[in-house]
Design a protein around this ligand. Sequence first.
Ligand SMILES: C[S@@+](CC[C@H](N)C(=O)[O-])C[C@H]1O[C@@H](n2cnc3c(N)ncnc32)[C@H](O)[C@@H]1O
Length: 268
Amino acid sequence: MSLELKSPVNERAGIHIPPEVSNLDKPFNGVLCSQEGDEYDVKNNIIDLLGKEPAFTSIAQSTNHWKITAAIYEDIWRKRSLSLLSGEDFPIEQEHELLIEWTAPKKNGLYLDIGCSTALYARALKAAQKEADIVAMDFSSQMLEEARMKAEADETDLIFLRSDARDMPFFGKTFDGLVMGGTLNELTEELKVLYEARRVIKEDGVFFMMHLIKSDAWYGRLLQESIGLGGINFWTIDESNKLFKQAGFKVDEQLAKGIVCFTRLIPG
Ligand SMILES: C[S@@+](CC[C@H](N)C(=O)[O-])C[C@H]1O[C@@H](n2cnc3c(N)ncnc32)[C@H](O)[C@@H]1O
């Protein structure tokens, strides 16, 4: 694996990522340096390009930075969430099948999980294609630490990156595929993130997206509007597709179950 990150402070400077960073058997600690000399800590294999805590603009954003949220997120909520939200039995294995079918991770391919939380999608991609390299990115240290523990337990090597999806530290056309599970709804500047996604994906790449759409029922809408005050946004399918188009993506496949929507996007 040879990954070159783009320095957050110098557009033209690269930061070389040594392959050992993704070997989770051995804790990797140290400092990585760009060609221009700016330095970034790596703690327990997690590359930190942000340093300080970001400023939170919503309740949803800040709870992702609590250790308790990170610890219970996957087992208590995420594994059951799609059955609850879609109104039908929707086990996590079924979601993974769709993820792998639509993403089709290739040998020696490079993939990015955007707003990975505990890296559920990143781990599933690596399990399906051992010879691909997967970057799991989030701006919450707490989520990344939990993700690192889960990946090590699964014997899954991933590249963990603490960074802001609104300003991705990658050069253009880096990735064969992008995946984003549920993150769109929590973003503060969704269009900025989608533009960044469009910039870093290769022209023949695929973008697997799972997001929640507006409920058809009045009581569902009422609930969603009150959740919206906490910083979680919902769109109709048409509104979502307009956003994707505006960012330069084309909808290639789409499947909605209740308020859960899966979309396979390709560069338009
Ligand atoms: C709903 S959770 C994602 C869940 C995960 N993708 C999954 O499928 O289980 C949203 C995640 O996105 C992260 N996030 C939100 N805005 C972000 C941003 N601007 N940059 C990086 N991560 C962000 C949050 O910290 C949180 O962990």
